[in-house]
Each structure stands twice: as structure tokens, then as C-alpha cells.
Design a protein around this ligand. Sequence first.
Ligand code: C2E
Ligand code: MG
Ligand code: MG
Length: 278
Amino acid sequence: GNDITPAEMMQRADVALYAAKAAGRNCFQLYDASMDQARRDSRSLEVDLRNALIDGVGLYLLYQPIYDAESGAIVGAEALVRWQHPVRGSLSPDQFIPIAEDRGVIAELGLWVLKQACGFAANSDLPWIAVNVSPLQFADPNFSDRVMGVLTQCGLAPARLELEITEGLLLQDSAEVKDTLAKLRSAGITIALDDFGTGYSSISHLRNHEVDKLKIDQSFIRMIGRDQAAATIVRSIIEMAIALDMSVTAEGVEDDLQRERLKKLGCSSLQGYLLSRP
Ligand code: C2E
Ligand code: MG
Ligand code: MG
């Protein structure tokens, strides 16, 4: 209506701006009341998340084993965060990681996950534990020191930690990020590139040997046996990884056909519902 205060007008403009950012930026959005609701929702989730991080109540990790493709032995596990929200029920990371990133809670959440996962691994006989890291966590210039601090605190050898990063992080082409990755790797931590194939051009980063391992995105694995082009891409990724002396994990392995094909193609390790749910 025409009867709103200037302050309300500014607030709505802010809400529309927020919606435009959420829509991937580089666009405009007209304010409407449903946006307000979405914003209030994410604001209240932010507050709840901050509270959950204070007492640790409701947040927990699931662990999904990763298997050697040849022997079938468990070679490691990936930590996947969950949130049992008091009102909204069980939330998957896709429902709160983006909010944590947006609202400046991801550094704290990421550190909490790292501590939990490393503590768990230190008291297990798992060869290693993989932890997902948001690109925003790398904005902290002390990130590598923090990680090393957690390892010391938990008594976990660096060789037993794997950090999963995404292609977007490498795409930033930042000297600070490269420096942090180099520090982590020289300390003995493994760096895996998650969801490989869904981002943009990581080939040059592979050529420069900036990561140790590729995780082929489950969208490709799902197409094995259905789509010839996808199968060819999977084969090429595996061959490339082998040639570059990197290991490859296939994500989202759901059936025997996929497992057998991947084994034949020389994929080093497998993860997915067929073998074990998180
Ligand atoms: P991701 O790192 O690629 O993790 C694999 C996702 O695929 C997990 O979903 C897992 O439950 C699911 N999955 C595993 N096997 C199968 C399968 O055979 N079929 C299908 N359809 N799915 C399978 P989840 O746990 O919902 O996590 C989603 C994403 O959220 C993760 O994808 C990761 O990017 C992010 N995430 C999870 N935990 C964390 C965390 O602690 N920190 C950050 N920054 N991100 C996290
Ligand atoms: Mg992952
Ligand atoms: Mg993935």
C-alpha cells in the first residue's frame, strides 16, 4: 500500500535485495510478502542454530563408510551433519548450511563439526575421517591453524583427516586459499574435491596438483548404465585421476551394476546406499 513508513519501505527493499542475492545475484526482485516470511524463517533458524551451537543440543553427525572398490574393506568415513530442530523436526544440511553460510554462522558450525568428527575418529579404528568444509571457512586466515589445533586437541594424526572442498573454492583462484590448502597438505591432511564434475573447469587445478583426491558427483554415477555420455565422462574422470596419481571415490553408488562398472574402470573407492547409508 501507499501507507507504509519510510523505515518499512527500506526494510522491504532490503528483503527484496536479500531475495535477489538468494536467487544468485545479478538480477532484480520485486518485494512481496512471502519473501518476508522466508526471511523471518531464515532469521529464526539462524538464532536457533546459534543457540544449538552453545549447548550442542540437536546437532549431531552421521558417518557414512567409504569402501575399497576391490577388497570391499572400509577405508574411511564421511561425516554428515544433521540437526534435530525442536520445532521443525529433522533438518538435512541442505536446509541449514546455506543459512549458516548466509548468516555468518558457518565458521562456528564448521569448527563444531570438525571437533566432533575428529574426536569420533580418534576413538575409532577408522583409517580416516572426511569432513565437508564450506568455501567460506577459508576466509579465515587462521583456518589451517584452527584445523591443526583441533587435531592436537583430539589426538588425531593429520594423515587421518580428509577435508572435502568444492570446485567453487578453487575457482576463486585466491592466493590465500592456495596457501591455506598447501599448509594443510604439507601437514599431511588429505584434500578431496567433492561433487567433482558439477562445478566449473577444475582441470587446471588438477594439473597443478592442488588436491589429492576426486569424488565423482552422484549425478554421474546415477547415469551409469543409462546414459552413454555420462558413462564415458565417468571413465575419463577415473583415467585422468589415475594418470595424475590421484585417488577417486564414486559417490552415490546405489546398485550392483554401478559398483561393477566402477570397479572395472579402476575407481579406487565407493560410497553410497548400496554399501551403507550414513
Ligand atoms: P556431499 O558431501 O556430497 O555428501 C553426500 C550426500 O549424498 C549426503 O547427503 C549423503 O547422505 C548422500 N548420499 C550418500 N550415498 C547416497 C546414495 O547412494 N544415494 C543418494 N541419493 N544420496 C546418497 P546429506 O547428508 O544430505 O548432505 C548433503 C550435502 O550437505 C553434502 O553433500 C555436503 O555438501 C553438505 N554437508 C553435509 N555435512 C556438512 C558439513 O558438516 N559441513 C558442510 N559445509 N557441508 C556439509
Ligand atoms: Mg562430501
Ligand atoms: Mg558430494
